[in-house]
Design a protein around this ligand. Structure first.
Ligand SMILES: [Zn+2]
Length: 267
């Protein structure tokens, strides 16, 4: 570590259980963040601030004014520009000691297994089931820890998936909900601070894991309801008949609602 890094990370280097060894682990880590939106903003910001050595952000949307109630990496001047370009530049400015790259690629069931394979962790900031299942299945098959989060309206969910050790997303939700039963944030709305809570918890779990510290959301689903400000932890477990992490992997792509109905776009 150079002098700037020692100063920059000094407040976490003095933490109990955290030191240069742990900081070194973060520095050597390469992490994929899927999505540069409401969850991707806090996730990628906190990974950047903590000193994760290499961060790749996947997204292919352009900035819209309606993103700005929650996606704090962007300003009105960025409207119409590719999110990853703005996000990568801004995060790189925030921490020049690390490497941030934006990747303008749509994650699908066909390419996820290949493009998400060379990472130490994946933090999922996607907002639709097609990509969520693709990310889960590829993470399990490639044995990459996955930090899942979702936020809608005033609620959020987080779980940490360590392949073959803990339950995966499909163990808990074997099938995607039928189309039209779950609204998107474009239809139902989302409070920006709720994406902040969820993304910050995902980032905290990922940072702790990469630094070699214990994490709390293994085999547990955290359910956040800010209507009553409740944080409930539900125990979950691996299903032997899970088609993703069970005995035999069976590919099960989920249809992309946004491709079926182009009026609904990812946010
Ligand atoms: Zn599973």
């Amino acid at each position: 570590m150079n002098l700037n890094e020692i100063k920059r990370y000094s407040r976490q280097l003095i933490l109990q259980d955290f030191g240069t060894k742990e900081q070194g682990k973060l520095k050597r880590a390469k992490v994929a963040v899927t999505g540069a939106g409401g969850l991707g903003s806090p996730i990628s910001t906190y990974l950047t601030l903590a000193g994760v050595g290499e961060i790749h952000i996947f997204d292919m949307d352009n900035v819209e004014l309606s993103n700005l109630n929650r996606q704090f990496l962007y300003t009105p001047e960025d409207e119409g520009k590719p999110k990853i370009e703005i996000a990568a530049k801004r995060l790189q400015e925030i921490n020049p000691e690390i490497k941030v790259e934006g990747i303008n690629e749509k994650i699908t069931y066909d390419n996820a297994f290949d493009i998400l394979k060379d990472y130490d962790a994946i933090v999922d900031g996607t907002d639709n089931f097609a990509v969520r299942y693709a990310v889960n299945d590829s993470a399990v098959v490639n044995k990459i820890p996955l930090f899942h989060g979702a936020a809608l309206m005033y609620e959020g969910r987080v779980m940490s998936i360590i392949p073959k050790d803990t339950a995966c997303f499909r163990c808990v939700f074997p099938e995607a909900p039928p189309q039209g039963t779950i609204p998107t944030c474009r239809e139902a709305g989302i409070l920006g601070s709720v994406t902040g809570i969820v993304g910050s918890i995902q980032a905290t779990e990922a940072i702790r894991y990469l630094a070699g510290l214990e994490i709390g959301l293994k085999n547990k689903l955290l359910i956040i309801n800010t209507d009553i400000m409740s944080f409930d932890v539900v125990n979950i477990r691996r299903r032997e008949d899970c088609t993703t992490c069970g005995e035999k992997f069976i590919p099960k792509p989920v249809e992309d609602v946004c491709e079926v109905n182009p009026s609904i776009t990812h946010d």
